[in-house]
Design a binder for this molecule. Sequence first.
Ligand code: NAD
Ligand code: TDX
Length: 351
Amino acid sequence: MKRDSMSKTVIVTGGAGFIGSNFIFHINKTYPEYKVICVDKLTYAGNLSTIESLLSEEKFQLEILDICNRDGIYELFRSTQPDIVVNFAAESHVDRSIDNPEVFLETNIVGTSVLLDACRKYGVGRFHQVSTDEVYGDLPLDRPDLLFTEETPIHTSSPYSSSKAAADLLVLSYGRTYGLPVTISRCSNNYGPYHFPEKLIPLMITNALNNKSLPVYGTGENIRDWLYVEDHCRAIDLIIHNGKIGEVYNIGGNNEKSNIEIVKIICRALKKDEDLIKFVEDRKGHDLRYAIDSTKIMRQLAWRPQVEFEDGIRKTIQWYVDHQDWWKDILSGEYVKKNDWIIETKLKMER
Ligand code: NAD
Ligand code: TDX
């Protein structure tokens, strides 16, 4: 990867969550001269123990802040003058959006608009929106020839995907109307370390390790295109440094698997009986299949997924076996107390 010798200040929102934390580790390793400011509200999905090792680093700053807090965000941008903003902060779980859409509209749409306004006001050089393949809706199961391209019309199914699509449209409109230097990436399903155990892969691994049942929605035939989280992080790195302003980039693993296949792979790897699998009521509006055509980012930015699914899923399962404290603290709710403790001790001492 081409290294940019100039030091930059990068704001990463949602950095205490799954992909945001992996992205901060990636930037920290690849560009040690960069200053990273993690902005996170610490919703149920934010976990400071994930990024605890960074808190004592000189080039890392943590701001416990809601992206919807306009005054707070403006003050942060004024005082730190970021070069690049990468927006991961979001409500990200489809099932929660079906139960309670409102907070999705607040964070995913209003929050994004606050960040865009801050970028305008303080002349930020690049705003990158981390979006999702779910904005394209779904594809039929019996047409493997069809893939989402960047030209596929937006056609959302859930309150979550609708809120992400609305944010994408806002981002593009700020590019056109105000000339804001924006880019968007739309990625397929990620997996890897620090994935919150409400999502399919970590839920199945942690339930299997606890000998609990494995709830598969509907028939389990729905298909997702899985990408190892580090490959997603490398793609975003390439886009923020070399991507064309105003462009949308699809990112996918070219690795389609049905949900039931995934669950059986996990059972085999952990030597658990498939009797643990329980078919349960289907998700409302359940998207059938996602499949991404990544030709554009491969051609323009020479990105390729580097982690084969067999390796990635083996590493991921092993990570959950080796880091039981991390996810058991989440299941027990202890991580919320640990967040408070880290804020009280480490964060206050740093200041
Ligand atoms: P996550 O739920 O694990 O993390 C979200 C983080 O955002 C948490 O740390 C949370 O505390 C923080 N946050 C939520 N609301 C906030 C607010 N109002 N202000 C500040 N911080 C707030 O999510 P993830 O899976 O890491 O997803 C990150 C981004 O990537 C999201 O924008 C999501 O839409 C997108 N995405 C995810 C996937 C995937 O497979 N997980 C795939 C494609 C795109
Ligand atoms: O218990 C479950 N049983 C089950 O069968 C859960 C939690 C999920 N599923 C199914 C639903 C989906 O078909 O597994 C598939 C994956 O579900 P999730 O892990 O909830 O992911 P998905 O809905 O595909 O959305 C994910 O990818 C796109 C992320 O959560 C989004 O943030 C991202 O935009």
